[in-house]
Design a protein. Structure first.
Length: 490
């Protein structure tokens, strides 16, 4: 009997401890949730390297807040500490925007070096470049633009060297090694076309690297493809040899080739029939995948919208927690907040309905509104707005009138074809052309509207497809409404 009572007591004790731990985690999520989300967004934008001082300060205060929470300190004190974190994260965002323009070429070189695997395959060169880059961003953060530009140029050269070394180590040397292996295995007997393609790509990559150009994208891509095609040729030789040894017929080979497509079709619920070849079932599978991707994108947009609404409401709840003693005032304040939110959402919905899917889409970036003009296009290498787009820009003007006292940023973007510097300049010219058109037709003051060109640095789709490149060539009209500016000022 005593044993039974003791077991019940232990169970109740464990249950109480579990509930306590769960409650503690729930309080932490509620207290730190918004700050954690902010930090994740800053990290995605490379805040650690583009705004090292502000980011470091933010993390210092975050660790203090976390420590105070774990020690059971007053939540108001923890929130004050987190407010300091958010202030530094706001500085991070501002510095990142400046760095993305002032150090655009260096950032592009760094991204190319990362793509080549420089951190792994050219460790010493990469570390030297990264050190110099942090010096540049540190100077920029302190307002020393001249020194930042100078050090950024040095970092750019170092990143290009690291990229070059990594391409040779990561792609080109393995490609030649595989080609030598293919020669020893006499792969040309069964896969000479694929093998020759690999040799041509490796030779082309080697020639491009020997020219010591600043843009090694093509060389890297060719080296990577050469490595793949060499391995592909070796695989084909092994398979064809196996087919021959097994005395397989062409029918056997065709039936084997149909199996993977049939298997993919089954997993997607697509019926695959091969009486007219492989193309029709392949196209049916692609169509199904595109439909699924489209549905997923819509679902993610709905989730993002709901998450934004939840985050806004959670923030309002936090702001009202200290006013629980005065319910009447609190309820009225909440009504006011919700009414303003309803009015804002109605305006954004009205603006969104102005544009067809071919003309553009209205998106949200936190408090900012983005009008993504898919329908505004330019001639190749041109930045002149053609008259046929005046009606679309009239819709933009009508949209901007819905947000009086807002700030406006016209962003130009291109695909990845051509050099990064040419793309940046072209995107800047196109953004400026739209800015000048709006200034001339709306009487906007120059200090209310800005234009910036990001070139190829901010793709929204893959540059490997024609459709993706078309989506990346775009003008984004970013509206920073007055309520967002008031919130930032607070």
């Amino acid at each position: 009997m005593k044993t039974s009572r003791m077991s019940v007591f232990v169970f109740i004790l464990i249950l109480g401890m579990s509930n306590s731990a769960f409650g503690q985690q729930s309080i932490r999520d509620k207290t730190f949730g918004n700050t954690d989300k902010e930090i994740a967004e800053i990290r995605e934008k490379n805040g650690e390297v583009l705004a090292p001082d502000s980011y470091g300060k933010a993390m210092e205060f975050y660790q203090k807040a976390d420590e105070e929470f774990r020690k059971g300190r007053n939540l108001d004190e923890v929130r004050k500490r987190l407010k300091q974190v958010e202030n530094y994260l706001l500085r991070c965002r501002e510095t990142i925007k400046v760095a993305e323009v002032a150090l655009a070429k260096t950032i592009t070189a760094r991204n190319d070096a990362i793509s080549a695997g420089a951190a792994k395959f050219a460790d010493e060169s990469w570390q030297n470049a990264e050190t110099k880059f942090l010096e540049a961003t540190g100077k920029l953060e302190k307002g020393d633009g001249k020194s930042a530009k100078s050090k950024g140029g040095e970092a750019e050269s170092l990143f290009r060297r690291a990229e070059l070394a990594a391409i040779k180590t990561n792609f080109l040397t393995p490609a030649w090694t595989l080609l030598e292996k293919a020669d020893r295995a006499k792969v040309e007997k069964n896969a000479d076309k694929t093998l020759n393609k690999a040799r041509e790509l490796a030779k082309l990559s080697e020639d491009l690297l020997r020219q010591n150009r600043y843009d090694n994208t093509e060389a890297r891509n060719n080296a990577q493809r050469a490595k793949y095609e060499a391995a592909h040729a070796i695989y084909l030789n092994e398979q064809i040899t196996r087919f021959k040894d097994a005395d397989m017929t062409f029918e056997d080979v065709y039936l084997i080739s149909e199996k993977p497509i049939e298997k993919i079709g089954e997993s997607l619920g697509v019926t695959t029939e091969f009486d007219k070849g492989l193309e029709e079932p392949t196209n049916a599978i692609i169509e199904k995948i595109n439909e699924t991707k489209s549905n997923l994108k819509r679902a993610l947009q709905i989730i993002e919208k709901r998450n934004n609404e939840i985050a806004e409401l959670e923030q309002k709840v936090k702001d009202m927690e200290g006013q629980l003693g005065n319910l009447t005032a609190t309820e009225q304040s909440l009504r006011d907040v919700l009414e303003k939110k309803r009015q804002r959402e109605a305006i954004i919905s009205e603006v969104s309905s102005m544009f067809t899917n071919d003309e553009g889409r209205v998106l949200r970036d936190r408090e900012n509104i983005i009008i993504r003009l898919y329908g505004l296009t330019f001639g190749v290498g041109q930045s002149v707005i053609e008259p046929r787009f005046f009606s679309l820009l009239t819709k933009v003007q009508n949209s901007l009138k819905k947000f009086p006292a807002s700030s406006i940023v016209i962003e130009g973007h291109t695909d990845a074809q051509g050099s990064a510097e040419q793309n940046r300049k072209l995107s800047e010219d196109r953004a400026n052309a739209v800015k000048q058109y709006l200034v001339a037709n709306m009487g906007l003051s120059q200090d209310r509207i800005q234009s910036v060109g990001y070139g190829e640095s901010r793709p929204i789709e893959s540059n490997e497809t024609k459709e993706g490149r078309a989506k990346n060539r775009r003008i984004d009209v970013v509206i920073i409404p007055s309520w967002a500016q008031d919130s930032a000022g607070m």
